[in-house]
Design a protein around this ligand. Structure first.
Ligand code: IPD
Ligand code: CA
Ligand code: CA
Length: 279
């Protein structure tokens, strides 16, 4: 079957809704929760959602590559690659906090071509097609027009193992700098929805470390197509395998890079509760 981007886009949106329905049915029920690593959970809902997405993609596009969080890479032709997070915000989900999403993106020849992020509890479907725009439930979305840090509302992700590592110190310093200088800093626990909210202008910026391609792929395209900007935390070109992202409305990007660097420079300083001799 010849590949048609429009059909693939419709298919992706259907699939995100179907997977979201699987999660919604199981939300708030007793689930087996397993620990993959420190502060890294997986539930049967993650696996059921992913199995459904994989089955549907395999039926329709048997020769496409698929990179999915719970099962890794299935390599085929190399020209098309689906990038899947079947449940982003597993910790929220496992604790009956209704903020989580499904994320599905498609790369064609190494370029993000389309993406969909679905919040099954809020019934919000964020989507984008390269060069054509970004939408929320079919209505076009744009990033915010906020220009000053002090008017900005932000979200961030702390590294999952928030111990006394240099990276954790840096994240805490960033949180402090932005909290002191902005309207506020949220930590929603779901990178895919945080990126979608930047695209929809609900948040003015988001940054995170220790992220994987499936946490970022669809969100990157949705943000870019809504007029926003993505990069590394230091403003360097964004890389899907770079483990980090800074996403913003564009106007705030240089200021955010500057303030994140300032916080980075502070990261060796003692933070509250971490003074010499204290546990
Ligand atoms: C996690 C969430 C979280 C982010 C973590 C991710 P998961 O994804 O997006 O916000 O801080 O780094 O691993 O495990 O819930 O799919
Ligand atoms: Ca994730
Ligand atoms: Ca996940």
């Amino acid at each position: 079957m010849a590949f048609k981007l429009d059909e693939a886009y419709q298919f992706t949106m259907e699939l995100a809704r179907e997977a979201g329905a699987i999660l919604r049915e199981r939300f708030g029920t007793a689930l087996t929760v397993e620990q993959k690593g420190p502060a890294d959970l997986v539930t049967e809902a993650d696996r059921l959602s992913e199995a459904h997405i994989l089955r549907r993609i395999r039926e329709r596009y048997p020769d496409h590559d698929i990179l999915a969080e719970e099962s890794g890479l299935q390599a085929r032709s190399g020209a098309f690659r689906w990038i899947i997070d079947p449940l982003d915000g597993t910790t929220n989900f496992a604790r009956s906090l209704p903020l989580f999403g499904v994320s599905i993106a498609l790369e064609v020849e190494g370029e993000l071509a389309l993406g969909a992020i679905y919040d099954p509890m809020g019934e919000e479907l964020f989507s984008a097609v390269k060069g054509r725009g970004a939408w929320l439930n079919g209505e076009p979305i744009r990033v915010s027009t906020v220009e000053r840090l002090e008017d900005g509302l932000f979200a961030m992700a702390f590294p999952s193992a928030l111990r006394r590592t240099p990276m954790a110190q840096k994240s805490l310093a960033q949180f402090a700098v932005f909290s002191q200088r902005s309207l506020g800093v949220r930590r929603l626990g779901t990178a895919v929805l945080e990126l979608a909210y930047v695209a929809a202008g609900r948040l003015d910026g988001y940054w995170g470390l220790e992220l994987n391609a499936w946490d970022m792929a669809a969100g990157v395209l949705v943000v870019q197509e809504a007029g926003g900007q993505v990069s590394g935390l230091d403003g360097s070109p964004f890389r899907l395998d770079g483990r980090q992202i800074l996403a913003s409305n564009g106007r705030l990007h240089p200021t955010m890079v500057h303030r994140l660097a300032e916080a980075g420079a502070r990261d060796g300083a003692a933070l509250p509760g971490q003074e010499e001799g204290r546990p």
